[in-house]
Design a binder for this molecule. Structure first.
Ligand code: FCB
Length: 452
């Protein structure tokens, strides 16, 4: 009997990582320092005094890691280039050894049937740019990012087709420059942070343009953890309210990128803290994209609320809702369905990828009896999440792939190594890799094209 597929044959089954979180080798082969190499030295900022000197040692072990990807059956790998491996000072002189390293990684992926999806900036700014020009506070940082993107587009022609210029604007701006929790660890005023946000959007646009002019075959999309909305019940007025909330609650990044303007509600809310920008900036920021990459971990339940000025109400969570362990996010499997569906209905992207989704566990460890890692909660969450994603695919939403965060356990920024997210367990003492139960489950899903 033929079992019907829930996911198309060419659906990309991927997983994701980021350079600082997995690579280690912070100064090898000519790499320049990033803001993290300085930040992690500050007492008390990193849980357990963790640092990225070795991390998951992916810089040296990428071949072994890609072999595991192949064994699971993964067909996509989203990872980031460390800008300072390629431009040690962030601009100017290119470090050919850095370029060559990433070429070898891409070649190895392709040889193993894994499509590379490259992020250009996953929060590890070259330290020199922070020191010399104030990092993203400076408009010039976006210009140098454009030059970096141009070089990557040119050098990786034929190796990489899919790019995301910037990973998650909110963390890159607010958490790094406003809350000071991640590198460079600054606590700037709202006005200055809003300008940082605008410069990051500008970098995204300049990056997209540079990649596409250097390589007309390049496909570019964001990798953004938008505020996703779930209508509280599936009736037209609640669905419409959720769509309105989606546009307005993402006015600072996604709506600006996809509509080429900051909504009045955003500018009014920010008042004198609103960013300074030009019409030309907004044209660059809204350079047409080829796909929407959604880092989708949660969704907020919304109801139609005619009594409110904005027309909708977002529900609060309470102590009984399950948390994902990622920031303040709550577990909401239906956000995989509604998140992708409403995003599609509002902005009509050509393609959608889930560029991140996953589960944090601190309890993952080898079983003392048989050495296997039984991450049963991750399997449970994956099953619930992918069931909802299949629902979206079968509803006609053009979801083309799913990248699990993460491929392997890694350095979860200032939270250190205790949070584990991978399909693959890392023993940080020996660097041994152990594919977890979730990897075995995914292997079945990929083989059968359906949730198992
Ligand atoms: C995302 C980040 C990624 C990782 C996961 C858990 O917001 O992009 O690097 O930290 O959360």
């Amino acid at each position: 009997m033929n079992i019907p597929r829930e996911f198309p044959e060419d659906f990309i089954w991927g997983s994701a990582t980021a350079s600082y979180q997995v690579e280690g080798a912070p100064f090898e082969d000519g790499k320049g320092a990033s803001v993290w190499n300085e930040f992690e030295k500050r007492p008390g900022v990193m849980r357990d005094d963790a640092n990225g000197n070795v991390a998951s040692d992916h810089y040296h072990r990428y071949k072994e890691d890609i072999a595991i990807m192949k064994d699971i059956g993964l067909t996509g790998y989203r990872f980031s280039f460390a800008w300072s491996r390629i431009f040690p000072e962030g601009r100017g002189k290119v470090n050919q050894k850095g370029v060559d390293h990433y070429k070898r990684v891409c070649e190895t992926l392709l040889e193993n049937g894994v499509e590379p999806f490259v992020t250009l900036y996953h929060w590890d700014l070259p330290l020199a740019l922070q020191k010399d020009i104030g990092g993203w506070e400076s408009r010039d940082c976006a210009k140098y990012f454009g030059e970096y993107a141009e070089l990557v587009g040119r050098e990786f022609k034929g190796l990489v087709r899919n790019f995301s210029p910037v990973n998650e604007f909110l963390a890159a701006a607010n958490v790094a420059y406003g809350m000071g929790l991640i590198a460079p660890g600054l606590k700037l005023s709202t006005k200055r942070v809003n300008q940082v946000r605008h410069h990051l959007l500008l970098a995204h646009g300049l990056g997209a343009q540079a990649l596409k002019s250097a390589n007309p075959e390049a496909k570019v999309g964001m990798a953004e953890n938008s505020n996703f909305m779930v209508p509280v019940i599936d009736t037209p007025e609640h669905v419409e309210a959720a769509k309105k909330a989606l546009r307005e609650q993402n006015a600072h990044f996604v709506t600006a990128m996809l509509e080429g303007k900051y909504l009045d509600c955003y500018l009014e809310k920010e008042g004198e803290n609103a960013p300074v920008f030009t019409d030309e900036d907004m044209k660059i920021i809204s350079t047409p994209l080829d796909f929407a990459g959604l880092n989708l971990y949660h969704g907020k339940r919304v109801r139609y609320a005619p009594e409110k000025e904005c027309g909708y109400h977002i529900f609060e969570e309470n102590e009984y809702t399950q948390r994902t362990g990622i920031n303040d996010f709550y577990f909401e499997p239906s956000s995989l369905y509604w998140g992708t569906r409403l995003f599609y209905e509002v902005w009509k992207p050509k393609e959608i990828y889930i560029t991140e989704n996953g589960t944090r566990q601190e309890s993952d460890r080898p079983d003392p009896d048989d050495g296997e890692v039984y991450d049963d909660i991750r399997v449970r969450n994956l099953r619930l999440n992918l069931t909802q994603l299949a629902r979206a695919v079968n509803h006609g939403v053009p979801v083309k792939g799913y990248f699990h965060w993460s491929f392997m356990d890694n350095l979860e920024w200032h939270h250190g190594f205790r949070p584990r997210f991978g399909y693959v367990y890392i023993n940080y003492t020996t660097q041994q890799r152990i594919p977890k139960l979730s990897a075995k489950w995914m292997k079945e899903v990929i083989k059968n094209g359906r949730v198992m």
